[in-house]
Design a protein around this ligand. Structure first.
Ligand code: ATP
Ligand code: MG
Length: 430
């Protein structure tokens, strides 16, 4: 391919080459001026010396505004003091467009302003680094499942039923009826697990989250494996192995991004297998120890999760929940019918819940009575009941929230920066 990228600059030492990119910054000192060029894959310093370029090239410096698009031709020179260890001695510059005054400058901007300019903010170093990590997390998930014999199954986005409760559903007009945007691919994942043994789905999910928190988006991406012949303990093993795989991959392949973000990687390196496992009751004891006023039976809130996570260096898995706190499809503990075989994984350092899952109820009659208890429309679950009619087996699965995982690895406190174009209660643009 003709097109050369700054990321590969080391391959072109002492060669003449053209990079296509945008002006990041520049500075001038009389007979020489310097330009930082970014091309999306990296940045390099371009040196323009009066005696080495045509007059018309040398004099364009004052007109080159931040983010102007240009192609720069020059010779790649090794220079240990330069960003990336190389720089470009310029021979020619071709201007494609002189940018209007760029709204994002190195000075501090408020978050609302930056979010309104998200389409431009993506070009900033920090945002570029976070989305680079997101890319690697996605790749790591796909590789993990591929290497472990899982089949990718795409589940529908329009659905007729609500599996995570009816309070945060998005309705969509669907010809002469109402459809919902999916909250989770799980129920379809269960069907696919009975066909393929081990599957995962990975797609956008939608929840009309009415509370504004730094951990909730209305549109987020979830990776959901589902395994036939799998109990809660084995499910937890899959979850910790997946998370460890993602982490190791990012530590290996995202060194530059983590450095840009000034992430304390020693905290990530401290994570090790097996992850601690505690029961819901033990988690409540931790809260009591810290004098937290907590109502037994409810879900843990963000601050509760932070307090619990601070007890551990690795993500902690909280299992065996009071049944009221979990969804209708969770299997009950054979030793205590009050407990659901659910598991949440809480990331260290206060990044909150990254995984939710559990063992599924596999008995037809129990499931039918649960649907009644929860007041869910039975007709919509007719096909789901079939899975318990035709070769029902113990099975489990979980959902890993992509954005929460990226926030933790990147060390970003607010989830809105971990997705290219976040959707929240108050944001539909850009
Ligand atoms: P929370 O209690 O934090 O709202 P949840 O119990 O509703 O989470 P699950 O239904 O178990 O979450 O979903 C599985 C995973 O999806 C969560 O562990 C989390 O990583 C992610 N997740 C859930 N809701 C959101 C959201 N609104 N925005 C981003 N990620 C989410
Ligand atoms: Mg929720």
């Amino acid at each position: 391919m003709e097109h050369k990228y700054i990321a590969d600059i080391a391959d072109y030492e002492d060669k003449e080459i053209t990079f296509h990119g945008w002006v990041y910054s520049k500075r001038s000192s009389g007979k020489i001026w310097f330009l930082m060029l970014r091309d999306g894959t990296g940045m390099t310093q371009c040196v323009v010396v009066k005696s080495e370029v045509a007059e018309e090239v040398f004099i364009i410096e004052p007109t080159l505004t931040q983010e102007s698009s240009i192609s720069v031709t020059g010779i790649v020179r090794k220079d240990d003091r330069s960003v990336g260890g190389f720089e470009l001695t310029v021979k020619n510059i071709e201007v494609h467009q002189i940018a209007e005054e760029y709204p994002i400058s190195p000075k501090e901007h408020g978050t609302a302003f930056l979010m309104d300019h998200r389409h431009l903010w993506l070009r900033s170093k920090k945002q570029h680094a976070i989305l680079g990590i997101r890319n690697q997390v996605i790749k790591a998930c796909r590789d993990f499942f591929e290497e472990n014999g899982f089949t990718l199954i795409d589940t529908p986005i329009f659905t007729a039923n609500a599996c995570e409760g009816t309070s945060n559903l998005f309705n969509v007009e669907y010809f002469d009826r109402t459809a919902y945007l999916t909250q989770s691919g799980q129920l379809y994942g269960e069907a696919a697990a009975m066909a393929f043994g081990k599957i995962y789905c990975f797609g956008p999910t939608f929840r009309a989250e009415k509370s504004k928190t730094r951990r909730h988006l209305t549109e987020f991406w979830m990776i959901e494996p589902e395994m036939a012949y799998c109990n809660l303990e084995e499910n937890m093993e899959w979850a910790e192995r997946l998370v460890t795989f993602i982490l190791e991959r990012c530590l290996d392949r995202c060194k530059d991004q983590l450095k840009t973000l000034e992430r304390d990687v020693s905290k990530l390196e401290a994570v090790s297998l097996p992850f601690p496992r505690i029961t819901y009751d033990e988690a409540v004891d931790i809260l009591k120890k810290h004098d937290v006023d907590f109502e037994y039976g409810s879900d843990f809130g963000g601050t509760d999760e932070t307090i619990i996570s601070e007890e551990f260096n690795s993500p902690v898995m909280i299992h065996r929940w009071p049944k009221e706190a979990k969804a209708f499809y969770m299997k009950r503990d054979a030793e205590n019918d009050e407990l659901a075989l659910g598991v949440d994984m809480i990331a260290p350092e206060g990044y909150g819940e990254i995984v939710g899952g559990g063992q599924r109820e596999d008995d037809l009659e129990t499931l039918q009575s649960r649907i009644k208890e929860h007041g869910l429309p039975e007709a919509e679950f007719k096909w789901y009941f079939d899975l318990r009619r035709y070769g029902s087996v113990p099975h489990s699965g979980f959902g890993l929230g992509l954005e929460r995982t990226v926030a933790w690895i990147s060390g970003i406190s607010h989830i809105r920066e971990t997705i290219p174009f976040p959707r929240t209660i108050s944001r539909l643009e850009p």
